[in-house]
Design a binder for this molecule. Structure first.
Ligand SMILES: *[C@@H]1O[C@H](CO)[C@@H](O)[C@H](O)[C@H]1NC(C)=O
Ligand SMILES: *[C@@H]1O[C@H](CO)[C@@H](O)[C@H](O)[C@H]1NC(C)=O
Ligand SMILES: *[C@@H]1O[C@H](CO)[C@@H](O)[C@H](O)[C@H]1NC(C)=O
Length: 665
């Protein structure tokens, strides 16, 4: 692929310059470029070479810049077999190859004015715009700009102008500009010197904007392309102490990530904002470590989607340096701004109400399932019938069954006695009945033991209803889902649509209110990051507790939160270093646990913990209420006997009156 690029470019160049010879001046310049490249670019790394689409039009001399570039490429290539990418504006690439997806680290930009009285910087800006459209564009790379033909300007002014343009369009600071110096001409008009300029950000009170350029080195042609000193042309330009330079921040309150503290108006009438919070803490630590002054832009109005959009626009257009406020690390956003490494490793989970403990009485009836209860009742009825039938069948004249087993009502009575473990008035006499009786006795004994075993264990710990553990169970449970439009649209961007499957929704644009409701009333379900949950819990005086907070086992997603800087911003590496150190030292983790702890203490008084004795995990007092079912049965029996008694009374008095009437007749 590489060879293809090179060959194409070479062909184009060769056809346009065939037959012409390099002037002595150009040859010297090429020698200079060669020694600069050798000294300052690591061999083996690819060089991205860009040149304007048209041949140059110098004002002072005949110009054939393409020939120079051609010679340079040939020279460097033969010398070291350096890999090249050559880009010219009219050179169309048909498809994006894997090679092009690799980020470039070295750019060599040849530039000249394309019009007769044109501007070099104009051409350069068009070239930069072209380069910026490529996926492999890297504004943090090393840029070596070669102005082949100078206009009449002094070299340092042209260099400053180029630095400004490169800073304004792409935040480029790692740039060296080579300009032939006309002021130092030899007698016969040949140029003798190539000036090498660069600039240093954060040096003056204006901080990042370029205000002056520094002459790094000169390449004297007489010196056979040797530089006059051995300094490295691309030193690290980011100081450790920024001496109070401002960093402009786009943010707006988003508890608990960005928490607004006091606002006040300073003597000039500007409103000064103050923020803390889980994410803001990284910025404050960075500002403290590097002596940056944090300037907050006025917060955007509207919901999260609006504020995020405005913050991104501000960062993208360079109005602010960094956007803070729960921005996920997302491929879509990286097209508009540069993310730092992850600052908050969060997880999105579905939060569901925890299973409620089962009421004790409910559990007692549930010792046996209803078919078992039915079959027990059936056994009782059948055994009573069997007693009655076998007592009435005479098979021996010698032994007859007792009168009490011959009546159906007393048989039922005997069965009831045996099942409750009560003594019967008299034992049956016949062998057959005795055999049946003892089998029934064993049956009742076994069933009674099983029942009592369960009954006692349920009294001690009745257990819980089933937990909702996966998404299908959650849908089946019919719980309404808390709808947070911003989070939902973010999930849809990530191609997750499960949240649209619920039957009913409640509005949760204020997410923390809904989370509070979830943990106190337990009648909704919600998708939420863990940090929000911890914050809300501390606010209602609760702590994270396995019996209060239940999540689904499936449908959990990592959510990485980053800060976003203007594309190409030189402070990105500083941010990443400080974030790594803070994460390693746990500085922000400490802030966070302090915040949660103090919040918890402050709100402990109005703790809204759902009262349930099982949740507390303490002992419980075995009271009369736990024997409710026995008393219910007793009262039922009393009522039944009272009714029977009244019925008997009525029946007797009726027969008495009837007898009276008959007597009177
Ligand atoms: C760069 O941007 C600043 C502020 O936006 C502006 O004042 C300056 O004129 C611009 N410079 C160039 C060369 O465009
Ligand atoms: C931070 O910058 C200010 C402003 O230039 C300076 O006065 C101060 O000494 C610096 N602080 C540190 C710790 O370097
Ligand atoms: C500060 O001002 C912003 C925007 O006007 C507002 O949203 C925020 O609540 C204020 N913070 C405090 C603590 O008053």
């Amino acid at each position: 692929m590489r060879t293809f690029f090179l060959t194409c470019a070479m062909l184009q160049l060769v056809t346009s310059v065939r037959g012409e010879i390099l002037t002595a001046e150009q040859r010297h310049m090429a020698l200079c470029l060669r020694s600069i490249i050798h000294r300052n670019f690591a061999p083996g790394q690819s060089l991205f070479v860009s040149l304007p689409s048209k041949e140059c039009h110098g004002t002072l001399q005949r110009c054939d810049c393409l020939q120079l570039v051609n010679f340079f490429l040939e020279d460097i290539h033969q010398d070291t077999l350096w890999p090249f990418h050559v880009s010219r504006r009219d050179f169309v690439t048909l498809k994006v190859t894997e090679e092009q997806l690799r980020i470039h680290h070295n750019y060599v930009i040849f530039t000249w004015s394309e019009e007769v009285h044109g501007d070099v910087t104009g051409t350069l800006v068009t070239q930069l715009e072209e380069l910026k459209t490529s996926v492999s564009w890297n504004p943090r790379a090393r840029f070596f700009v070669v102005v082949t033909v100078n206009d009449a300007r002094p070299t340092h002014l042209l260099a400053l102008n180029i630095c400004e343009k490169m800073w304004n369009s792409s935040r480029i600071i790692n740039v060296v500009i080579a300009i032939p110096n006309h002021d130092d001409q030899l007698l016969h008009g040949e140029i003798n010197v190539l000036d090498l300029y660069t600039w240093f950000p954060y040096e003056t009170s204006i901080c990042a904007e370029p205000t002056r350029v520094v002459l790094m080195d000169r390449c004297l042609y007489a010196n056979n392309g040797q530089l006059s000193n051995t300094k490295h042309l691309f030193p690290n330009k980011i100081p450790n102490n920024f001496q109070g330079c401002p960093i402009r921040v786009s943010t707006s309150e988003l508890i608990p990530y960005v928490i607004s503290k006091t606002n006040y108006t300073d003597s000039d009438g500007n409103i000064i904002y103050r923020y803390r919070g889980l994410e803001m803490e990284y910025l404050l630590l960075l500002a403290e470590a590097t002596n940056l002054t944090v300037l907050y832009l006025p917060p955007a109005k509207g919901d999260v989607k609006d504020t995020h959009l405005q913050q991104l626009v501000e960062v993208n257009s360079g109005i602010s340096d960094v956007a803070i406020g729960h921005f996920p690390l997302n491929l879509i956003l990286t097209a508009y701004a540069d993310p730092t490494i992850t600052i908050v490793f969060d997880t999105l989970r579905w939060y569901v109400p925890c299973p409620k403990p089962v009421a004790r009485m409910e559990k007692v009836t549930g010792v046996y399932t209803s078919p078992v209860w039915c079959s027990i009742a059936l056994v009782f009825i059948l055994i009573a019938l069997v007693f009655w039938r076998s007592a009435n069948v005479t098979y021996s004249a010698l032994v007859t069954e007792l009168q009490s087993y011959r009546e159906l009502s007393s048989c039922v009575y005997v069965v009831w006695c045996v099942s409750l473990g009560f003594p019967v008035p008299e034992m049956p006499r016949t062998a057959r009945l005795r055999a049946i009786f003892s089998i029934f006795l064993c049956y009742c004994f076994v069933m009674g033991i099983v029942f009592q075993g369960h009954f006692i264990s349920f009294l001690v710990s009745p257990g819980y209803h089933n937990q909702i553990s996966n998404f299908d169970e959650l849908l089946d449970s019919g719980l309404p889902s808390g709808k947070d439009e911003n989070l939902d649209s973010f999930m849809r961007l990530a191609k997750y649509y499960e949240q649209d499957k619920f039957e009913s929704y409640i509005d949760c644009s204020v997410r923390h209110k809904c989370l509070e409701r979830l943990f106190t009333d337990g009648d909704i379900t919600m998708l939420s990051p863990v940090a929000d949950v911890m914050y809300v819990l501390s606010h209602i005086g609760l702590v994270q507790n396995g019996k209060l907070i239940c999540t689904l086992d499936d449908n959990t997603f990592p959510l990485d939160i980053s800060l976003y800087l203007t594309k190409g911003h030189p402070l990105l590496d500083v941010f990443n270093t400080v974030i790594t150190r803070c994460t390693e030292a746990g500085l922000v983790t400490k802030y966070w646990s302090d915040l949660i702890f103090y919040n918890h203490l402050q709100h402990l008084g109005k703790s809204k913990a759902p009262s349930c004795e099982v949740c507390s995990g303490m002992y419980f007092v075995f009271s009369l209420s736990h024997l409710k079912i026995a008393f219910v049965v007793l009262v039922f029996g009393f009522m039944l006997s009272v009714i029977v008694f009244l019925a008997e009374l009525v029946y007797h008095s009726k027969s008495y009156i009837l007898a009276d009437i008959r007597y009177e007749r």
